[in-house]
Design a protein around this ligand. Structure first.
Ligand code: FE2
Length: 249
């Protein structure tokens, strides 16, 4: 598939239209991960490295993704001023059950929150939430509004991660209202009807637009291994442009 230009345009179109695209029958190892990232732009190096390994219980990082519990839906990199644009996942091994990926369209959540509670949604466009990541040798944070519009008024990014949210907001009389709005977003994002579940098998790969989609995971038993990487969002937008696909859903 990766060598097939037409198939790649179809995959990019699915990614643009739905915020994610999945593949089957991909080979093992880092090669397909890098090749897929190269179709978008290039592998982005982060505190997790270039192409990262995620193995059950490995404890390589102080990140909840490395534990077998269910993961609430979230976006990655809320602690980065430039959150990763896409996440590429590739399952390498599996022995056990559960662990489906759960995908939720964050743009739809934002739009529905505007319809249901415009004041809450508006607060999330104006008040920055701090994302924080700490582990030995790493201390990073970033402040960003959870619902971000570009200069043309187009919804361009959602940032939501209750695991990496800093505990203390700057002193502000609106803190309680902002936290209530954040909770309202979370509650809406967790409505079961919104979730797309993807079951994993070795050879399957998934690319997620991390500026639009929230991702989570059901709990699981047994052993499983993933490889993955990040790419930049401007490269994704460039890939759409080069493929003749108008950016934006
Ligand atoms: Fe994540």
């Amino acid at each position: 598939m990766i060598d097939d230009d037409v198939a790649c345009v179809d995959a990019l179109r699915h990614l643009r239209d739905h915020g994610w695209v999945a593949f089957e029958g991909m080979g093992p190892g880092p090669g397909p991960v890098e090749a897929l990232a190269d179709r978008i732009g290039y592998v982005r190096r982060t505190l997790f490295g270039d192409i990262w390994e995620m193995t059950a219980g490995a404890g390589d990082h102080k990140d909840s993704a490395y534990d077998p519990v269910a993961l609430d839906v979230h976006t990655d990199g809320t602690y980065s001023n430039d959150a990763p644009g896409t996440i590429v996942f590739s399952q390498q091994a599996k022995d056990g059950s559960g662990g489906d990926s759960v995908l939720v369209d964050g743009f739809a959540v934002a739009r529905d929150l505007f319809a249901a509670d415009p004041e809450a949604a508006d607060l999330l466009t104006r008040y920055e939430i701090r994302g924080r990541y700490l582990e030995p040798g790493v201390a990073v944070h970033a402040d960003r509004v959870p619902i971000r519009f570009d200069a043309d008024g187009v919804l361009c990014q959602v940032s939501f991660n209750n695991y990496d949210r800093a505990a203390v907001l700057p002193a502000d009389p609106h803190v309680d209202a902002v936290l209530d709005a954040y909770a309202a977003f979370r509650s809406m994002a967790n409505e079961p009807d919104r979730a797309v579940h993807l079951r994993w098998e070795p050879g399957r790969m998934l690319v997620v637009d991390n500026w639009r989609m929230l991702h989570g995971r059901t709990d699981y038993t047994g052993h499983r291994e993933f490889l993955g990487c990040y790419t930049n969002h401007e490269d994704l937008e460039g890939a759409y442009e080069l493929a003749g696909l108008t950016p934006g859903a």
